[in-house]
Design a protein around this ligand. Structure first.
Ligand SMILES: O=C(O)c1ccccc1N[C@@H]1O[C@H](COP(=O)(O)O)[C@@H](O)[C@H]1O
Length: 203
């Protein structure tokens, strides 16, 4: 569905404490093996140890790992050393000025950053898929202060995406809630969003 609608990257959402798009590792592996080679597959993992992340990747075999939480043991460079061919994308949940420092600290160890609106400190952690917009000025500060691709996520939809792109100037966009109906991916909403983005780049 997402391939037909014109998406460049497929997000495969692993086990999460919350969020609408979770699928089993078995299904994620099937999708990762099936998509055209030109398409990237981002495995969203909430694992917080190097061993857990490597094991999750072994089960799915995606082209990239989207780390939606912070590591509690080991280091990002251990993951890179073990999986040099896999793109590492660290999610920064943009909350306050500390988020900008956090982004700057991890930037040297990963291939890209993804700025989202979760709350890892909530009783039930929110690690994405919230449908909420965050402070785009902080996101802009991050884009301006790191030298790697930065994706923007968090509450994006067809009516706010032009403003988001104009303000933050991200490398790419990621979204979930606004292209779903009754929790399932809605191809019409996704096509509408992608067409909106494509018309912005043409104009
Ligand atoms: O998609 C999900 O269900 C999900 C669950 C838990 C963590 C991340 C998840 N997806 C990521 O959430 C953001 C965007 O979410 P939204 O548009 O604000 O709803 C994006 O990075 C997705 O990859």
């Amino acid at each position: 569905m997402a391939v037909d609608a014109g998406a460049d990257i497929l997000g495969l959402v692993g086990h999460m404490p919350s969020g609408p798009g979770i699928i089993s590792d078995g299904l994620a592996a099937e999708i990762a093996a099936w998509v055209p080679e030109s398409m990237e597959t981002f495995l969203l993992t909430s694992e917080t140890t190097v061993a857990g992340i490597l094991a999750h990747h072994r089960r799915v075999n995606s082209t990239a790992l989207q780390l939606v939480d912070e590591l509690i043991d080991g280091h990002l460079s251990d993951i890179k050393a073990a999986l040099p061919e896999v793109k590492l994308v660290q999610v920064i949940h943009v909350i306050n000025q500390y988020s900008v420092q956090q982004a700057q600290q991890v930037a040297q160890y990963v291939d890209a950053l993804l700025l989202d609106s979760g709350n890892p400190n909530a009783v039930i952690k929110e690690l994405g898929g919230t449908g909420r917009v965050h402070n785009w000025q902080l996101s802009k500060d991050i884009v301006d202060s790191v030298d790697l691709p930065v994706y923007l996520a968090g509450g994006l939809n067809h009516s706010n995406v032009s403003k988001a792109v104009a303000q933050v100037k991200p490398h790419g966009l990621d979204l979930c809630s606004s292209v779903r109906t009754h929790h399932a991916l809605d191809v019409e909403k996704l096509s509408e969003f992608i067409n909106q983005v494509k018309s912005m780049t043409v104009n």
